[in-house]
Design a protein around this ligand. Structure first.
Ligand SMILES: Nc1nc2c(c(=O)[nH]1)N[C@H]1C(S)=C(S)[C@@H](COP(=O)(O)OP(=O)(O)OC[C@H]3O[C@@H](n4cnc5c(=O)[nH]c(N)nc54)[C@H](O)[C@@H]3O)O[C@H]1N2
Ligand SMILES: Nc1nc2c(c(=O)[nH]1)N[C@H]1C(S)=C(S)[C@@H](COP(=O)(O)OP(=O)(O)OC[C@H]3O[C@@H](n4cnc5c(=O)[nH]c(N)nc54)[C@H](O)[C@@H]3O)O[C@H]1N2
Ligand code: SF4
Ligand SMILES: [Mo]
Length: 817
C-alpha cells in the first residue's frame, strides 16, 4: 500500500473528525518544540499549504507504555511535521512527549536500515553485506528448517524485545513460528521480573481459587485517580511517573493532580528514592533519600515501630492474612518462630530486632526520620503506598517488593478508599482491540532473563536449578534466536562483555535473526539483519493499555512510504511461510489491512460505542475515560466470597509454597528464597562494596530515551545528557567536577561518562541512566565510550525469579578518566 491510498487530505479530515483542528493551534505545543514550519501554523487548516497537506494518524509504539498519538502532516508523499493529540477532552489527550515529537528525526534519519544484509565478518563485529530479499528469506527459511529438524522446536527462541507495540508488531513472527511448531516462551519480563514472579505467593495467582496476580491490572492496585480522590498521604518507593510515564495521558498527568489534591487537603507526598527524581524535582521537601537496595530494611524498621507501639491492625491481620504472628501460621510452620512478627521483633529468622537504629546505617535514613515516617503513615486516614519497579529490579528484588507491600498490610489499609496495596499504581489493561492471533504449541517457558544461560547450557537447565516452567527441563540449548524490535541481545540485557562471549561463539547459538530500523548494538550480532518499515510507514493500529484513567485505539497511516527496500514484517513472514508451503495458513488469504480491519471490527462489536471501520480510518482516534479503582476492594469487602488466588485465599505474609521451594531448589551459594519478606542484601547489594569497588551503583530509566530507543537522536541527547550522577561528597575526594569525563569500573566492565556532581543523589551511591548505546571495541579494550549501564552489570539471575535484579545492583569505582 502506498500512502496515497489511505491518507486523508486535511480538508477531508477537518470535515470528518470529531474534534476540529482549532484545538491544535491553541495547544501550540509543536511550535514550542520547533517542529512546525512557520507557514504550517495555521490552526484552522486554511493556510497556503492546506491543499497539499495530508494528515495521517499514527502512534508512538515504543515501550514507555504511553502510546501517545501522532498526527502526521505530509506533503508530496513526505512527512513535513507532526502534531500530537488535540482531540476531545483535554484531560484525555495523549500528547506526545519530546521523544515522540522527535520521531520524524528517527523515521527520516540517514541511519535507517534500508536493505536486507548478511553478516560477513565475525559475529558482533558489525560488518555486513547487502543482499536481496530473496536471499534473506531463503536463508532464514532454510536455517529455521535445519535448526528445527536437528534440535527440535525448543531450540528456537524469540528474544525479549519491546520496541514495537502494535497489533502487527512482533505478532507476525510469533504466528509464523507457531505454525512451524513453536518456540520456547518467556515467563515474566524485564520490567517487573522479581515482582511478577514472587507476588503471586503473597497476593495469589490461581483462577480456580480467586484472582490471578498481574502487575498490570486494576485488581491488585489502585489508580492514582483514587489517591487524588481520597488519599491524605502518598508514599512512593522508587516511582517516578515524571520520567517513566511522560505522555499527556499518562500517570505523570494524573500524578500532578494527585499532588494538588493531597497537598491541598493538608496531606503529604513522600518520595523514597536514592536520587531526587523528576517527580519530586521542584518539591525537594518530598524527597527521602535512601541507600539503593535497602527498602526492605526501612520497611522492617517501620513495622518494628508499629508493632512496638501497638499500631498494627491485628483484626485485619487475623482475618485477611496468614503468617503475621503465631496465631495464623500454617500448621507446617507453627511453633518454630517463623512468623513475620518473630522476624521483626528479633525472636526468629536471624534473631535480630529490626529497630530503626538497626535500619539507620543500612538505609542511611536516621532512626528519628524512620520513626517520623512510621508515625505519619499510621496517622493517615488513607495512606496510598505505591512502588515503582526500581526497588524490585535489584538482586534482593523478590524480598524488597513484598516488604514494601507489608506497610499497608500491617495497618489494614487495603481495599479502602484512597489506599493502595503497595503495588505500582493501577494500569488497567483495557484493550479495545486485539492483535494478530497465534497459538504457540510449545508450552515450556524460561524466566526471561535466563536466555543467555539457555544458549550456553540450556540442556542442563531444570525446573529446580533454573526456574524452567511448564516442563522439568529444557530439551535443547537455544540455537536459533529471533530478535524483532529489541536491543536485549546486548545493550538492554545484563553484562554485555559476558554476553558478547556467548553470542560470538557460533557453535553455541547457530543463527541470529535481527529485525530493526537502525544499526543497534544488538543488530551487530545478526547473521541476517532485516530493515523494517516503521509503524508510521504502514497502516497501524494499537490500543492503549497502560494509561490508568483512559483507554484509546488509534488507526491510521501510512504517513509516508518506507525508505529503500524496507517492508512490513507481515509481508516478509508471509514469504517465509511460503517456503514451508504455509503461506495460506499464515495469511488465511488476508492482507495486513484485512487483519487490522477484522481486529478492529471485533473490538468495536465488544465496545458498542466505537465508530465503524470507515469512520475510525477518517477520525484516527477513539478514546474513553476509565473510572478510578481501588486495589483488592472486592477481597476487602468480602474475603470469603472473593478470596485471593493463594492456597489459603488470604494474603500470605508467610508462604508455605515458598518454604517448600526454598527447601527443594538447588541454589547458588549465597542465594536464599524466603517464605516471609525479609531484608536480604543480595548479590552486589548492601555490604558488598570493597576497596576496589567502594560505591553502590544503580540505573534508572531516562527521559531522553525509551531504553535504547531514540538513543541515537542528538537533539534529545542535548536536552537530557548521559551523565553519571555523583554526590559532591564522593566527587570531591576523587577530584571530580561536573563536566569531567570519568571512568566507572565494576567487576563486569568499564565505561566512560560525563560527571554530573549533584546533591540530588545520596552519598555512597552513583546513578547511571540506562539505555545509552554501547560503544566499545570488543576485540580491543572493551571500554564503553557510550556509557551503557549494562557494561557494568554482572550476569547473575536472582534466586527465585532468576531475574534481572543486577540491573540496579552494582558495585563500582569512579575515577577521573
Ligand atoms: N523516559 C522513559 N520512560 C520509560 C522507560 C524509559 O526507558 N524511558 N521505560 C519504560 C519501561 S519498559 C518500564 S519497565 C518503566 C520502568 O519504570 P521503573 O522500573 O519504575 O523505573 P526505574 O527508573 O528503574 O525506577 C524508578 C525509580 O526507582 C529508583 N530506584 C532505583 N533503585 C531503587 C531502590 O533500591 N530503592 C528506591 N526506593 N528507589 C530506587 C530510581 O532512581 C527511579 O527514580 O518505565 C517505562 N517508561
Ligand atoms: N541495566 C538495565 N537494563 C535494563 C533496564 C534497566 O532498568 N537497567 N530496563 C529493562 C527493561 S524494563 C526493558 S523493558 C528492556 C527494554 O529493552 P528493549 O526491549 O531492547 O527496548 P529498546 O532498547 O527500546 O529496544 C527496542 C528496539 O526496537 C527497535 N524498533 C523500534 N521501532 C521498530 C520497528 O518499527 N521495527 C523494528 N523491527 N524495530 C523497531 C529500536 O530501534 C530498538 O533497537 O530493557 C531492560 N534493560
Ligand atoms: S516516548 Fe512514551 S510518552 Fe513519549 S511520545 Fe512516545 S509513548 Fe508518549
Ligand atoms: Mo520495561
Amino acid at each position: 500500500m502506498t500512502m496515497n491510498e489511505s491518507t486523508l487530505s486535511r480538508r477531508t479530515f477537518v470535515k470528518g473528525s470529531l474534534a476540529g483542528l482549532a484545538l491544535a493551534g491553541a495547544a501550540g505545543s509543536t511550535a514550542l518544540y520547533g517542529c512546525t514550519p512557520k507557514d504550517e501554523q495555521d490552526a484552522a487548516g486554511e493556510g497556503t499549504a492546506a491543499a497539499t497537506d495530508q494528515i495521517a494518524w499514527s502512534q508512538c509504539n515504543v515501550n514507555c507504555g504511553g502510546n501517545c498519538i501522532f498526527q502526521w502532516h505530509s506533503q508530496d508523499g513526505k512527512i513535513v511535521y507532526m502534531e500530537t493529540d488535540n482531540t476531545g477532552d483535554t484531560d484525555l489527550q495523549a500528547r506526545a512527549c519530546l521523544r515522540g515529537r522527535s520521531m520524524r528525526r528517527w523515521i527520516n534519519s540517514p541511519d535507517r536500515l534500508t536493505k536486507p544484509m548478511k553478516r560477513v565478518g565475525k559475529r558482533g563485529e558489525g560488518t555486513f553485506e547487502e543482499i536481496s530479499w530473496d536471499e534473506a528469506i531463503d536463508t532464514i527459511a532454510s536455517e529455521l528448517k535445519r535448526v528445527i529438524d536437528t534440535y527440535g522446536n525448543e531450540a528456537v527462541y524469540v528474544n525479549y524485545a519491546t520496541g514495537m507495540y502494535s497489533c502487527t508488531g512482533k505478532q507476525p513472527g510469533l504466528r509464523l513460528l507457531s505454525l512451524l511448531g513453536g518456540y520456547v516462551n518467556q515467563a515474566y519480563d524485564y520490567s517487573t521480573h522479581m515482582l511478577q514472579a514472587i507476588m503471586p505467593f503473597m497476593y495469589g495467582s490461581d483462577k480456580e481459587k480467586g484472582s490471578v496476580f498481574s502487575p498490570y491490572d486494576a485488581v491488585n492496585a489502585s489508580s492514582f485517580s483514587e489517591a487524588e480522590r481520597a488519599s491524605d498521604l502518598v508514599v512512593m518507593f522508587g516511582n517516578s511517573p515524571a520520567e517513566t510515564r511522560m505522555g499527556g495521558a499518562n500517570a505523570v498527568w494524573d500524578f500532578a493532580k494527585v499532588r494538588e489534591a493531597v497537598v491541598g487537603r493538608g496531606g503529604k507526598i513522600v518520595n523514597i528514592d536514592y536520587r531526587l527524581n523528576e517527580s519530586a524535582s521542584g518539591h525537594p521537601d518530598e524527597w527521602l533519600p535512601i541507600r539503593t537496595g535497602t527498602d526492605a530494611a526501612l520497611c522492617s524498621a517501620i513495622a518494628h515501630e508499629w508493632i512496638a507501639n501497638d499500631l498494627v491492625d491485628k483484626e485485619f491481620l487475623d482475618t485477611y492474612c496468614v503468617g503475621y504472628d503465631e496465631d495464623t501460621m500454617p500448621e507446617s510452620a507453627k511453633g518454630q518462630n517463623k512468623s513475620y512478627k518473630d522476624y521483626i521483633m528479633g525472636t526468629g529468622y536471624d534473631m535480630v530486632e529490626k529497630t530503626p537504629e538497626w535500619a539507620a546505617p543500612i538505609t542511611q535514613i536516621s532512626a528519628d526520620k524512620i520513626r517520623e515516617l512510621a508515625a505519619d503513615i499510621a496517622a493517615a486516614e488513607a495512606p496510598f503506598i505505591v512502588q515503582g519497579w526500581g526497588p524490585q529490579r535489584h538482586t534482593n528484588g523478590e524480598d524488597a517488593t513484598r516488604a514494601i507491600c507489608m506497610l499497608p498490610i500491617l495497618i489494614g489499609k487495603i481495599g479502602l478508599p484512597g489506599t493502595n496495596t503497595g503495588q505500582r499504581e493501577a494500569e488497567p489493561p483495557t484493550y479495545l482491540v486485539g492483535s494478530l492471533p497465534f497459538e504457540n504449541p510449545v508450552k515450556t517457558a524460561i524466566p526471561v532473563y535466563q536466555w543467555v544461560n539457555a544458549v550456553d547450557h540450556g540442556k542442563d537447565m531444570t525446573a529446580t536449578n533454573a526456574g524452567i516452567i511448564g516442563a522439568d527441563k529444557l530439551q535443547s540449548d537455544f540455537k536459533f534466536i529471533w530478535n524483532y524490535a529489541g536491543n536485549c541481545l546486548t545493550n538492554q540485557h545484563g553484562d554485555i562483555n559476558y554476553t558478547h562471549e556467548i553470542l560470538a561463539d557460533e557453535s553455541k547459538c547457530e543463527f541470529i535473526l535481527v529485525w530493526d530500523t537502525v544499526m543497534t548494538d544488538s543488530a551487530k550480532y545478526a547473521d541476517i539483519l532485516l530493515p523494517d518499515a516503521m509503524r508510521s510507514e504502514q497502516l497501524n493500529m494499537q490500543t492503549q493499555g497502560y494509561s490508568e484513567y483512559y483507554t484509546a485505539v488509534v488507526v491510521g497511516g501510512p504517513a509516508q512510504d518506507a525508505p529503500g527496500e524496507c517492508r512490513t514484517s507481515y509481508d516478509v513472514c508471509a514469504d517465509i511461510a511460503d517456503k514451508f508451503g504455509m503461506k495460506d495458513a499464515f495469511t488465511e488469504g488476508k492482507t495486513q489491512e484485512d487483519w487490522i480491519k477484522e481486529l478492529y471490527e471485533a473490538g468495536a462489536k465488544a465496545d458498542g460505542n466505537m465508530p465503524s471501520w470507515d469512520e475510525i480510518k477518517e477520525q484516527g482516534v477513539y478514546k474513553r475515560a476509565l473510572e478510578p479503582c481501588i486495589g483488592l476492594e472486592a477481597f476487602r469487602t468480602d474475603p470469603v466470597k472473593n478470596p485471593l488466588g493463594t492456597p489459603s485465599g488470604k494474603i500470605e505474609i508467610y508462604s508455605e509454597q515458598l518454604a517448600e521451594i526454598a527447601s527443594t531448589w538447588e541454589l547458588e551459594e549465597g542465594d536464599a528464597i524466603n517464605p516471609i519478606p525479609v531484608f536480604t542484601p543480595g548479590f552486589q547489594g548492601y555490604g558488598a562494596t570493597t576497596e576496589e569497588y567502594p560505591l553502590y551503583c544503580a540505573g534508572f530509566h531516562h527521559k531522553s530515551r525509551t531504553h535504547s530507543s531514540f538513543g541515537f537522536i542528538p537533539e534529545l541527547e542535548q536536552v537530557a545528557r548521559q551523565q553519571l550522577w555523583i554526590n559532591p561528597a564522593d566527587a570531591e575526594p576523587r577530584g571530580i567536577a561536573s563536566g569531567d569525563t570519568v571512568a566507572v569500573k565494576s567487576p563486569a566492565g568499564e565505561i566512560r561518562i560525563e560527571a554530573k556532581v549533584t546533591p540530588r543523589i545520596i552519598p555512597g551511591t552513583i546513578g547511571i541512566p540506562q539505555g545509552a548505546w554501547h560503544k566499545a571495541n570488543m576485540s580491543g579494550d572493551r571500554v564503553d565510550e557510550g556509557a551503557c549501564v549494562n557494561t557494568l552489570t554482572t550476569y547473575r539471575p536472582t534466586p527465585y525469579a532468576k531475574g534481572n535484579g543486577p540491573a540496579h545492583s552494582i558495585i563500582a569505582q569512579v575515577t577521573k578518566a
